[in-house]
Design a protein around this ligand. Structure first.
Ligand code: SAM
Ligand code: SF4
Length: 384
């Protein structure tokens, strides 16, 4: 791929979960009835529909199954989606084909099944290696089951990432330090460490509103974030993005890099978002949110998209900054200027550099460590 070629990926949203976790506000539904082959067929139709409408910048570099719990899909369903993507868009050599997996759904057999279907990377939702914390988070699995899931994924020859949630109410620096070390001992190529966000409308959000749960104070969250940076760096898995850590470039999530580098991607499945080029315009595409509406939209319109908006040059630039500055490597200003004709206001840039928030190295614009928690504010200062 040339330096300035637009990276291209496909995201598949599978919204069903065995149980709904009290912190989660993704587009999710209880898995009540069976295999959801109706949704599978809608997703296959949606991929075809996108193929007729968008201008793909090239073959797919990545396909990511997210959710929800896409590890509830049968390996044959996954294989059918991969085949459709191959037929409609094609893949580069060695594409990244990843699946978000809950530990309770990851037996040795299922891992082998996913690998045979074409999955080569698993992102496992471990969340914690402490059973009390897992119970608090309303998870369906124990720490031991999570360790077994990682073993099964290793035996199936997959690349592995694990998600962890920290900054739980009452989690001290000492406790998080211990949890983090246990996580790092797993010796994975990739980790995501997310601070617990209390989302309005979730079970945790309701508890906080009623005063039954007290979220972490801001200073402690910042201290736990700093601790995460220190320990991960010492273990050789420093951050390459605000919450994401990899042992080396090959270990990074190629799919998520498409989002952070403002590439093009298609989102299929209920509520999925995409950014794609239609008639030379960069479009924001959003699929119908409820599974029933999504299936009906694919049937009636020939794809699952419910809203389709052209992004203005200003919106494209804002998004490129707020996503690109999340990367430690920074945002490529030369590439952005070539693509959009946009040059950063020199005065704003110089002020933020002088105050130690940003640095420019060659054409890469980077946030300095003291600004890592304030990226959205820095983007506003820079562009307004
Ligand atoms: C879309 S979820 C799906 C993962 C998978 N279903 C699972 O639960 O293992 C992706 C990740 O987002 C993180 N996450 C979801 N809600 C969160 C919240 N409110 N605060 C922090 N992290 C959250 C969790 O670490 C989770 O693994
Ligand atoms: S965290 Fe994962 S399993 Fe839990 S509700 Fe959200 S998507 Fe479903």
């Amino acid at each position: 791929m040339g330096l300035n070629a637009t990276p291209f990926g496909l995201y598949v949203h599978w919204p069903y979960c065995t149980r709904l976790c009290p912190y989660c506000d993704f587009n999710i539904y209880r898995n009540r009835n069976g295999d959801h082959d109706d949704l599978l067929h809608a997703i296959l139709g949606d991929i075809e529909g996108h193929g007729r409408r968008i201008t793909a910048p090239g073959p797919l570099q990545s396909l990511s199954f997210g959710g929800g719990t896409p590890s509830l899909m049968r390996p044959e369903q996954i294989a059918a989606v991969i085949k459709a993507a191959e037929r409609v868009f094609g893949f580069v050599d060695n594409p990244e084909i990843s699946l978000e997996a809950n530990p309770d759904a990851l037996s040795e057999d299922r891992c082998q099944g996913f690998a045979s279907a074409g999955i080569n990377r698993l992102s496992i939702g471990v969340q914690s290696l402490d059973d009390q914390e897992l119970k608090f988070l309303g998870r369906d699995h124990s720490a031991e089951e999570a360790r077994n899931a990682i073993k099964a994924a290793r035996n199936a020859g997959m690349r592995i990432s694990a998600d962890f949630i920290y900054d739980l109410p009452d989690q001290s620096e000492t406790i998080w330090g211990q949890r983090l070390e246990a996580a790092l001992e797993l010796d994975l190529e990739h980790y995501s460490f997310y601070a617990l966000t209390i989302e309005p409308g979730t079970a945790f959000g309701v508890q906080v509103k009623k005063g039954r749960m007290v979220p972490a104070p801001e200073e402690r969250s910042a201290a736990l974030y700093d601790l995460t940076q220190e320990h991960t760096k010492a273990a050789g898995v420093g951050a390459y993005e605000v919450s994401n850590h990899a042992r080396n470039i090959a270990g990074q999530s190629r799919h998520n890099l498409i989002y952070w580098q403002s590439g093009d991607w298609i989102g299929v499945g209920p509520g999925a978002h995409g950014r794609a080029t239609i008639n030379g315009q960069r479009m924001e595409l959003v699929a119908a949110r409820h599974p029933g509406d999504y299936n009906a939209t694919v049937q009636t319109r020939g794809w699952g998209i419910a809203t389709k908006d052209t992004l203005s040059p200003k919106e494209i630039v804002m998004e490129a900054f707020s996503m690109g500055l999340r990367l430690r490597a920074g945002l490529d200003l030369a590439r952005l200027q070539k693509r959009t004709g946009f040059a950063v206001p020199k005065h704003n840039l110089q002020n933020l550099i002088n105050d130690g928030w940003l640095e420019v190295d060659q054409s890469m614009l980077r946030v300095q460590p003291k600004g890592w928690a304030l990226i959205d504010r820095l983007v506003l200062e820079l562009l307004t």
